[in-house]
Design a protein around this ligand. Structure first.
Ligand code: MSP
Length: 524
């Protein structure tokens, strides 16, 4: 079975991660956890982009060799942030690893042999912030200087003899591909942008640089290093064994993984992924990724959050306060995937308190308290169901189906909303059924047992459906429901069966464990 293969961009190591970077990785992690919980084979790749002038200059400014700088940033910032946000990636690629550099060189040499690469003169503007050759028409004037519209800083003029990739040869093939596969660039706004860019016609691309040496050596020309984007884009394929000899472990991995199912990218790097990258693969005769999904930006004061503009917030600043589950929940719930969104402490605190602490957390603790009080901590069997019970039973099935459809479609906000609305429905059920009042009448104990069963079984479904988003809290909830003894581990619960009623057996030992979402005044 081919793995469901998801990638994040590989991040520049010129600086430490901010929440904009963590956002992409979180989305990839939730997506892959969801697919794993559908019993699929999954491969989730992330990593770091370490070559090029941007990283080289940062290292120089800090008085160290680029490799020393990159090692330090990876060890002290980029690997630790994966733990901070609770990401469960399968691999982490660094573009300075031999496994990557060797495969890039081999692929490039093959493209050269097959006539896709030629020598030429490049002259034009370059933005080191973007690591991109710009067109005059792309630039904006700031105080009389021609500047990159993304970074607002002056561009540099490059004039070099370089190696060129025949990108222009792929204009028609790419248009035809995207006309046949409109799902290959998402959302629709990204698809439209790519199509209108392609319809202007493509120019050949300089894929090497000769004026600095921090990069992968062009295999037939040691005076040049590979252009950082050409090097970086290949990571998605080198990480799983691109072009490895038939019969090797790498070839088997490649067959089991490639093509990528989803490349998650920010909208600023869409064209690299939806134009240059597929053209490189077409030239090499390699299958194209199934989908490039461009998400929006996290904004601060209406502008893209960025370290260079000193607006970056480190993930730990938020997670130390709210926890990783709430971080994962908030960013995927509050911002439609594909659109821009703003972060504010007020909005996050409000949602945390209303939806997590009061909504879900309270429901779980009330359930455990009531089972403790009315049936000695052991879940009793239910009796006949009423109409109100059936609303919950049907509600879980609906929520599970809706969440699955949304998650498969990368509509994280919709998937979370489906479960959140079910949590609200269960809370309403508790309020209306008032089991504490029913319990006053000894003869009505069977009804109390049924109500408690409905609540706990609903929580069983919620734990399964929210596990991809909030694995820590849902692991705790699973333990409090005593579900493992009968149903096995939470990660092994298939989300497609989450809506099937009646899985948590009578006799389950329900305990009041740690508070799932502590009140903010208690953690501040
Ligand atoms: N190294 C390249 C990617 C190479 S992939 C073959 C790169 N790195 S980056 O570190 O600058 O950005 C990585 C990702 O973080 C991009 O997808 C970018 O869109 C994303 N983000 C950076 N700032 C962001 C926000 N403020 N909001 C959301 N995502 C942002 O580009």
């Amino acid at each position: 079975m081919k793995a469901f293969y998801v990638t994040t961009p590989i991040y520049y190591v010129n600086d430490a991660p901010h929440i904009g970077h963590a956002y992409t990785t979180t989305a990839g992690d939730v997506l892959t956890r969801w697919h794993r919980q559908r019993g699929e084979a999954v491969w989730f790749l992330t990593g770091t982009d370490e070559h090029g002038q941007k990283v080289m200059r940062t290292a120089e400014a800090n008085g160290v060799e680029p490799q020393v700088w990159a090692d330090k940033l990876v060890d002290n910032a980029w690997l630790p942030v994966l733990d901070t946000i609770d990401a469960r990636n399968d691999d982490f690629i660094r573009t300075t690893q031999p496994r990557h550099m060797e495969r890039v060189q081999r692929f490039l040499a093959r493209l050269k042999d097959e006539g896709h690469i030629y020598e030429g003169k490049y002259e034009g503007p370059y933005c080191v912030g973007c690591e991109e050759f710009k067109l005059e028409g792309d630039l904006v004037e700031v105080d009389g200087a021609k500047c990159c519209p993304v970074h607002g800083r002056p561009v540099e003029t490059v004039s070099e003899v370089n190696w060129f990739f025949r990108l222009s040869a792929y204009t028609d093939a790419l248009i035809a591909h995207y006309e046949a596969h409109p799902e290959a660039v998402r959302p629709q706004s990204a698809y439209n942008e790519v199509m209108s860019f392609l319809r202007q016609g493509l120019q050949d691309l300089s894929i090497s640089r000769s004026t600095f040496d921090w990069g992968i050596e062009v295999p037939w020309d040691p005076s040049q290093v590979v252009y950082v984007w050409f090097d970086a884009l290949l990571n998605y394929a080198t990480a799983v064994g691109l072009d490895d000899p038939a019969g090797s472990e790498g070839a088997a991995k490649f067959a089991a993984t490639w093509p990528a199912d989803v490349h998650l990218v920010g909208k600023d790097i869409l064209r690299f992924h939806a134009v240059i990258w597929p053209a490189m693969l077409m030239a090499g005769g390699v299958a194209l990724p199934k989908c490039v999904f461009a998400h929006g930006w996290l904004l601060v004061g209406g502008e893209k959050m960025s370290k260079s503009k000193l607006t970056g917030i480190a993930p730990a600043q938020i997670i130390d306060h709210f926890g990783s589950d709430a971080f994962r929940y908030y960013f995927l719930r509050a911002i439609t995937f594909g659109a821009d969104g703003s972060f504010s402490w007020e909005d996050m605190s409000a949602r945390y308190t209303a939806e997590l602490a009061n909504g879900l957390g309270n429901l779980a603790s009330r359930a455990a308290a009531m089972v403790g009080k009315y049936s000695g901590g052991v879940l009793a069997a239910h009796h006949d169901y009423t109409t109100a019970d059936h609303v919950i039973i049907d509600g879980l099935a609906t929520a599970a189906a809706r969440a699955d459809a949304c998650m498969l479609d990368l509509d994280f906000a919709g998937g979370i909303a489906a479960v959140k609305e079910f949590v609200d429905a269960v809370n309403l059920y508790v309020t209306e059924q008032e089991p504490w009042k029913v319990a006053k009448d000894e003869a009505a104990m069977p009804r109390v047992e049924t109500i408690l069963y409905v609540i706990c079984e609903a929580l069983r479904g919620i734990a399964v459906l929210y596990n991809a988003v909030m694995p820590k809290a849902m692991g705790e909830l699973w333990a409090q429901l005593g579900a493992e003894a009968s149903l096995g581990g939470l990660d092994g619960q298939d989300v497609r069966d989450a809506g099937t009623w009646g899985q948590l057996p009578a006799g389950s030992v329900i305990t009041k464990g740690a508070v799932l979402f502590p009140r903010l005044e208690d953690v501040a």
